[in-house]
Design a protein around this ligand. Structure first.
Ligand SMILES: Nc1ncnc2c1ncn2[C@@H]1O[C@H](COP(=O)(O)OP(=O)(O)OP(=O)(O)O)[C@@H](O)[C@H]1O
Length: 694
């Protein structure tokens, strides 16, 4: 049974490569330092892996025994050859008994070895796949559990590469390198012992050749780790560039910047190729050197072996067996360069995954904090659930910690709330705010004034830097996510649709709802006639990200989803996409219906929303500058009046639920191109600086 020989790869497949941690927040794992520090780091890293995926060591003893058997069996051929030459064919006589026994024993040993090898490989494959699947799930869940703030602080390509290429990197090692390392080390040791038995002089000679190579390889290994770290960084850049170009394809086309985008990707590919080539050059050098050393060592062993044979110090059988054993000794060394390389990459990948797992979940579900209940597998992520799955969530009893929101309509209170993005200036300051249960609030303000930040705090996508947000009198930080997501729903500007049917998309609002309930949600919003315009009705497939529907239609589906969820506090960021007048009317009516009989806080981009709201909150430079009814605010000089005048002047008579005026459109504006928010004038009137209430 021979170890599968592995030649130097022409190019490490891209999917095996990933960038080092470019994320500044937790800090990348330290580069392995010299000596014992490196060993410590290795031990700690492996211990953590075992903690995360205990199955890693399950049945390891059995696998090691199988590896031992598989390795030991490899000496069968050299020993058989030696026995046949020295005993079966000794003194020009053929001893068939000796030959027969030798061949028979060899056959049994080889078969046993093959079986052991098969079993060992299967166990290792299964073990590595289970371990990596566990790690992948944990990393993915943790990324989801991070607040939107932590997520956006990471580069998308980098996060993606953690659960894909970094873990693949480990898979490569655990499935192949790990086996090889196990078998090869044993093989080298056993071969060396037998080589000494046959000829200690030749053994010294061979090891003398390999000592310098060993030292060179160790040095190279360290430098190679640095080069591969660079390769991984480049692949992260590449993933980021490609993802951005794909996601922003319509903008790229609309502005005719395909060439510039393609250039950016080309540059990323070039940089990746350059880093890869540099690493490969080094491997090629070491690999060729080891080939040269192998050839020289073999030649030297043959020459010295023959001389020893002539002196009568070495029998022909022993010399031939020694040369066989040399092959067993050399082969692992040649593949060892690559195995160690894989091991270094796997470790670097593992450290990057651990870096992500070390990112604190800054917005934690109190159910987990208080009750120490692990995030159950298969449960939707809290933030995701807050946005999309407010009802029909896992039973609250699964999470003993945290508080439930009180029954009935929910009021909101902000007390001394301030917020600043990391390393940024304060975005919200001293917000004291009371929203009565059941009221309809429109939030308006210039672009960048802090409206979105305000609603993110309200739905606990982030926590305030100072002060407290209370819903239904309960501090938000104490509300378990299970309760929060059932009762509070954020409908983002562009309600994301999955590549499913309309019904399935709406069902995200209440998993398990039947088609009748979904249909009723459309009817309740007055959208039954719109649904009827689709021949396949609820079974209409919406395409990737809802691409088979228009922007307005996607919003209608998102509203039906929210209606099915039936939250007590609805937080809406009105869409700004341009839609046709007919859809605009539908949207306005559906929105009005959706807000009925529940508390609603809407970032208003439509005049009609502000006009019909119970109260308008005007946010300016992070403060609530004005609040009151539309008709009162519009009558007094101030920000709202100015914003309103600007809107009226800009829009004129574009329909009953008009959106803000368009900026001059580029030559080929993409259909879904968002237009600027209503009440966010393009040329705001001069005002007395940001920061103070008027
Ligand atoms: N992730 C972020 N990191 C750093 N700063 C941010 C981040 N998101 C928003 N900001 C900053 O916070 C301020 C308020 O942003 P916010 O999105 O709350 O404004 P807005 O009123 O909703 O604007 P718009 O009407 O354009 O959506 C802006 O100055 C913005 O630059």
């Amino acid at each position: 049974m021979t170890t599968p020989a592995r030649s130097i790869p022409a190019q490490t497949p891209p999917e095996r490569l990933s960038p080092p941690n470019p994320n500044p927040s937790p800090g990348p794992s330290p580069e392995p330092g010299p000596g014992s520090a490196r060993a410590d780091l290795l031990t700690t890293t492996l211990r953590r892996l075992r903690g995360l995926a205990p199955e890693l060591t399950r049945g390891l003893l059995g696998t090691l025994v199988l590896a031992l058997v598989a390795t030991a069996g490899k000496i069968a051929i050299p020993v058989t050859v030696q026995q046949i030459l020295d005993r079966g064919l000794a003194d020009d006589q053929v001893d068939l008994t000796v030959i027969g026994v030798a061949v028979g024993v060899a056959a049994v040993v080889i078969l046993t070895t093959a079986l052991a090898n098969y079993r060992m490989n299967r166990r290792l494959y299964r073990l590595s796949e289970t371990t990596l699947a566990t790690l992948r799930v944990r990393a993915f869940r943790h990324i989801h559990d991070l607040s939107v703030l932590s997520q956006s602080a990471q580069r998308r390509g980098s996060l993606t590469s953690r659960v894909t290429s970094d873990i693949d990197q480990m898979s490569q090692f655990l499935q192949f390198g790990g086996v090889m390392l196990l078998v090869s080390t044993g093989q080298m040791l056993i071969a060396t012992v037998l080589m000494v038995v046959y000829s200690w002089q030749l053994t010294l000679l061979v090891h003398g050749f390999y000592l310098p190579l060993f030292l060179i390889t160790r040095r190279t290994q360290r430098r190679l780790a640095g080069r591969y770290a660079q390769v991984r960084e480049r692949i992260g850049e590449l993933l980021g560039a490609v993802a951005e170009a794909v996601v922003g394809a319509s903008v790229v086309r609309a502005y005719g910047v395909q060439e510039r985008t393609a250039q950016r990707i080309d540059t990323s590919i070039d940089r990746h190729r350059g880093a890869q080539s540099a690493a490969q050059k080094m491997i090629a050098g070491v690999f060729s050197l080891s080939e040269l050393v192998a050839a020289l060592a073999t030649a030297a062993a043959v020459i010295v072996g023959v001389l020893l044979g002539v002196d009568g110090a070495l029998s022909t059988g022993r010399l031939v067996a020694f040369l066989f054993l040399m092959t067993l000794f050399i082969m692992p060394i040649q593949s060892m360069t690559e195995i160690l390389n894989d091991a270094a990459n796997a470790l670097a990948g593992l450290r990057r995954v651990l870096d992500v797992l070390d990112l604190p979940t800054d917005v934690r579900d109190p159910a987990l904090t208080d009750g120490s209940v692990p995030h159950p597998a298969g449960a939707p992520h809290p933030a995701e659930a807050t946005i999309m799955i407010p009802a029909g969530s896992p039973p609250p009893s699964a999470r003993p910690g945290g508080r439930e929101l009180p029954a009935g309509p929910l009021g909101v209170r902000f007390t001394g709330v301030g917020f600043a993005y990391p390393d940024g200036p304060p975005v919200l300051r001293d917000i004291d705010l009371e929203i009565a249960a059941g009221s309809r609030i429109a939030v308006v303000g210039e672009t960048g004034s802090g409206k979105t930040t305000l609603v993110k705090l309200l739905t606990r996508l982030m926590d305030p830097s100072s002060g407290e947000v209370l819903i239904g009198g309960v501090p938000l930080a104490q509300v378990r996510f299970a309760s929060l997501r059932r009762r509070v729903l954020l409908v983002p500007q562009e309600g994301f649709l999955f590549d499913l049917t309309i019904a399935d998309n709406v069902r995200y609002g209440r998993p398990g709802a039947d088609d009748a309930a979904v249909h009723a949600a459309f009817e309740a919003l007055g959208l039954g006639d719109w649904l009827a315009t689709h021949p396949e009705g609820l079974a209409t497939r919406v395409g990737e990200s809802g691409s088979r529907l228009s922007a307005g239609e996607r919003q209608l589906v998102a509203l039906a989803r929210a209606r099915l969820a039936d939250p007590d506090l609805l937080v809406l960021d009105e869409a700004t996409s341009a839609v046709d007048p007919e859809t605009e009317v539908r949207l306005a009516q559906a929105l009005a219906e959706l807000m009925r009989e529940r508390t609603s806080v809407t970032i208003a981009h439509r005049l009609s929303t502000a006009e019909t709201a119970d109260e308008v909150l005007v946010v300016d430079a992070g403060r609530i500058a004005q609040r009151g009814r539309h008709r009162d605010l519009v009558a007094v000089p101030g920000i709202y009046q100015r914003l309103h005048q600007s809107w009226v002047a800009g829009v004129g008579s574009t329909g009953p639920a008009p959106a803000r005026p368009h900026p001059p459109a580029p030559a080929s504006t993409a259909p879904d191109e968002p237009r600027p928010a209503f009440l966010a004038p393009r040329t705001p009137a001069p005002r007395p600086g940001r920061g103070g209430a008027e």
